[in-house]
Ligand binder design. Sequence first.
Ligand code: SF4
Length: 317
Amino acid sequence: MFGLKDDWEFDIPERYFTLEDYEGGTARWCPGCGDLAVLTAVQRICRDEQLPPEKTVCVSGIGCSSRFPHYMRTYGFHGLHGRALPVACGIKSRRPELKIFVATGDGDCCSIGAGHWVHAIRYNMDMVVMLFDNAVYGLTKNQTSPTSPCGLKTNTHPSGSWLPPLNPCTTTLGIANVSFVAQTVDWNPAHLYAVLKAAYRHRGLSFVRIMQRCPTYTPDVFTELQNDPAKLVLLTGGDNAELDAATARSFPNKRAHDTRDLDAARHVAAQQTPLPVGVLYRNPDCPCYEDYTAVGLGMSVADKMKGLDRELDKFAV
Ligand code: SF4
């Protein structure tokens, strides 16, 4: 038929998803906000990995970036301030087959949600956690956040922030059972996409800090990094994020890095200038909590009742 050889085969999927299948409502972030670049990267990953929208969930807390689920045509949960991670872990424990993307900001994750952050890293449930780090509380209009640099003038510190900022990557790398940490910038779409894709493909909790521009409240925080590529250093080698040659060439500084070496990852993550970008650490052998919480999910109601009775009988006197 059609003049083709008999052994030719075409694999025609029943469904093919395009970018439009993941596009939710019109994004209402400020013009030039870095959140837009992250949204585009995630929609591309969903398309390229052909994730069924009904099997994909975006979870967030509170903040500018936490509007993310509204702009994805997938399932979504816009949670409470700092509570994105326990919601995401709850979803994963009951529906381990779902693909989860978490959008959280530096205020949401590193301040009010810090306790959940620590435990979620240790639980290592399979999801991509994107830390949108703009170094300020944007939604509530310009307050100092845990990652604000010293001297940043905000409404809460009009003479400039006093304390040294928290480093989300070194903090995460200090938590037991950490399995994936990476750092990227919103203004290099190819690197952003490659890092998020590597995060998606890692089984376990993939923590990605994204330096995210906020032209409204912190327009100068990333200016140097953005204008001078020499202020960044690209981590290369081993199983780092896969980049095309042109993107790799756009980074004048490169550094070979063993992503399996936790001590090296901590050392590199502590470096500020030039700022390391790429996968800092990856350990596919860390246990995932959903492998334990999923036990018994397929049980019938009758079997669950029998098991419950058995346990209660142990207390019979
Ligand atoms: Fe983006 Fe900043 Fe505007 Fe929030 S305030 S939407 S972070 S540019």
